[in-house]
Write a protein that binds this ligand. Structure first.
Ligand code: MN
Length: 195
């Protein structure tokens, strides 16, 4: 059985940037439902004892396994997203990631602008990412449940831009949510730990 990974902070820890109700519903309902659906879909199959990352890679290009892929990827993406945030986080990158960003984008501000733009321009539901692609830092976006793991990329940072991630706090103002995520929520220690 796959389990819902523990939240790395309490449900009210990101308030007011992301309020308690946002986290309770996003984590306790949406993320939990992906876990429950995945468990139902793989019950009695060899995938029930397979690592989540392996399920994602194995089902990524299999249209018959789309339900399994979507739920497995959403389980993984959300666990990763929670770790990408912390109270009093955000602001300029630190550590080795700061060096990679300045080598690739010239300045943190330029990186932040492009990361925000990736999140804003994802039409409909999806995710924006900082990844390593063949060892090179890159900003990407994915639709719905899609994830860099399915494309051979190494995720370093993500932001969920499904409306359920921000609607209770920001309604239609995705740009404001992205500004707050970058300015006040990113856990750069976690991002560095993914290198
Ligand atoms: Mn979500």
């Amino acid at each position: 059985m796959f389990q819902l990974a523990p939240l790395p902070f309490s449900v009210n820890a990101l308030d007011p940037q992301l309020g308690t109700q946002t986290i309770e519903i996003h984590y306790g309902k949406h993320h939990q439902t992906y876990v429950d659906n995945l468990n139902k879909l793989v019950a009695g199959t060899s995938l029930a004892a397979t690592r989540l990352e392996e399920i994602i890679v194995a089902t990524a290009n299999d249209v018959k396994a789309a339900g399994i892929f979507n739920n497995a990827a959403q389980v993984w993406n959300h666990s990763f997203y929670w770790e990408c945030m912390q109270p009093q986080g955000g602001g300029k990158a630190t550590g080795k990631v700061a060096e990679l960003i300045s080598a690739k984008w010239g300045s943190f501000e330029k990186f932040a602008e492009e990361f925000k733009s990736a999140g804003l321009s994802q039409f409909g539901s999806g995710w924006a990412w900082l990844v390593l692609d063949k060892g090179e830092p890159a900003i990407t976006k994915t639709a719905n449940a899609d994830t860099p793991l399915a494309h051979g990329q190494k995720p370093l940072l993500t932001v969920d831009v499904w409306e359920h991630a921000y609607y209770l706090n920001y309604q239609n103002r995705r740009a404001e949510y992205l500004d707050v995520f970058i300015g006040k929520l990113i856990n750069w220690d976690f991002v560095n730990s993914n290198l």
